[in-house]
Design a protein around this ligand. Structure first.
Ligand code: DGY
Length: 321
C-alpha cells in the first residue's frame, strides 16, 4: 500500500506526477493559503504532508498521532517547533541549496536599490518630478563598489553574497557568524569580526541569518547606534531578526541612512507601518527566492524530501536544531 500524503499548496504538474508515482495523495489547489482548520483535518488522515511555512506548533502536532513527515517548501523553518517535532517523532525537511544564488541576487538588488535610490527615483520620474529644474545633486546616491559590506550570517547564502561582493563589486567584506570560517577568509579575502565592529565599520549591513531565539531582535537600539549614519541596513533574513520599532527610530533620527527590506515582523506588512512612508526605505514582499525556476526547484525538492520520508528513506534535507 502506498503511503498517504497531503499537499497543502498547489504544485506544478511534474511535481504532482512524481508524488502520484509514490504516494496516495490529495492536494489543496486553491492559490489562497489553506485555512488552519482544513490543514489540521487533512493532516490527521496522512503519513506526511508538504506545506509552505505552516505554523507547526506543539498543539498542532499533538493532534496528529499518525504523521511522520512534514516537508517545508522554504529554507527557513522558524515556524516549526523543533522540540515538539522531536518529542512527537515527526521528521521535518526543508529546501536549502536550490535557492542560494537566487537569494544572493536579490540581496544585491536591495543593496543597489538602497545605494542608488532606485525605487525612490523611479517614482520621481514617473510622478513627473524630473524636469529642467532638477538639480544633479538631488539625485546623488552612494557607491557600492569598493564600499565595506558587513554580512551577518555566513552560511551558504552568505557565501554567495560574499562572492558577488568581492569579485563583482570589489567590496571590502567583513562577516559575523557563530564561528570564523578561515577557508572562506582565504577564498574571498574577507575577515571575520565581532558584531559591534562589523556594525561600526560597514557601509552596508546585510542580515542573512535564520530566525532563532539567539537572533531574534539581534539588531535593536544599541546596534543601530553603532552603525554609521551613512550606512544602510539590508534584511533578507526574517523580519524579527530586527527590532522594527528600533529600526523606525534609527531611520527617523538619522542614526542610519536607509534600509532595504524583503521581510517584516508581520507579513504581509500593514499599510500603516511607518517604514512604508519613508522614502529611504525600499520594501519588498518577501521575494528572496521568488523566481519561477527557483520556486519550481524548491517545490520539487520538497516533494523528494516528503516521498523519501514517508517511504522509509532518509530525506536529503532534514531540519537541524
Ligand atoms: C525561505 O525559503 O526561507 C524563504 O525566505 C521563503 O520563506
Amino acid at each position: 500500500m502506498k503511503p498517504k500524503v497531503f499537499i497543502a499548496r498547489p504544485v506544478p504538474p511534474e511535481v504532482e506526477a512524481y508524488i502520484a508515482k509514490h504516494c496516495d495523495y490529495k492536494i489543496w489547489k486553491n492559490p489562497e493559503k489553506i485555512p488552519n482548520h482544513i490543514l489540521l483535518e487533512e493532516a490527521k488522515k496522512v503519513d506526511g504532508m508538504l506545506v509552505q511555512n505552516a505554523a507547526v506548533t506543539r498543539d498542532f502536532l499533538s493532534q496528529l498521532p499518525n504523521l511522520k513527515v512534514i516537508s517545508n517548501t522554504a529554507v527557513g523553518y522558524d515556524s516549526f517547533d523543533l522540540d515538539a517535532m522531536k518529542e512527537f517523532g515527526v521528521i521535518g525537511t526543508h529546501t536549502p541549496f536550490v535557492l542560494d544564488e537566487t537569494v544572493a541576487d536579490l540581496v544585491f538588488a536591495l543593496i543597489l536599490s538602497a545605494a542608488r535610490r532606485v525605487p525612490e527615483l523611479n517614482n520621481y520620474v514617473k510622478q513627473g518630478q524630473w524636469n529642467k529644474d532638477t538639480k544633479a545633486e538631488e539625485l546623488f546616491g552612494t557607491d557600492v563598489h569598493h564600499a565595506t559590506l558587513g554580512i551577518v550570517g555566513m552560511g551558504r547564502i552568505g557565501e554567495k553574497i560574499a562572492r558577488r561582493a568581492v569579485f563583482g563589486f570589489e567590496m571590502n567584506v567583513l562577516y559575523h557568524a557563530t564561528t570564523p570560517k578561515p577557508d572562506l577568509d582565504e577564498k574571498y579575502g574577507m575577515r571575520y569580526s565581532g558584531l559591534d565592529e562589523l556594525l561600526s565599520k560597514s557601509d552596508f549591513v546585510v542580515l542573512i541569518v535564520p530566525l532563532t531565539d539567539s537572533t531574534r531582535h539581534m539588531l535593536s537600539r544599541d546596534q543601530f547606534r553603532r552603525m554609521k549614519s551613512s550606512a544602510y541596513l539590508i534584511n533578507a533574513a526574517r523580519g524579527a531578526v530586527v527590532d522594527e520599532s528600533a529600526l523606525i527610530e534609527a531611520l527617523k533620527s538619522g542614526e542610519i541612512a536607509g534600509a532595504a527590506l524583503d521581510v517584516f515582523e508581520k507579513e504581509p506588512v500593514d499599510l500603516d507601518n511607518p517604514l512604508l512612508k519613508m522614502k529611504q526605505v525600499t520594501a519588498l514582499p518577501h521575494i528572496g527566492s521568488a523566481t519561477a525556476k527557483t520556486r519550481e526547484a524548491m517545490v520539487m525538492k520538497a516533494a523528494e524530501n516528503l516521498v523519501a520520508g514517508v517511504t522509509g528513506e532518509v530525506p536529503e534535507n532534514v531540519m537541524k536544531e
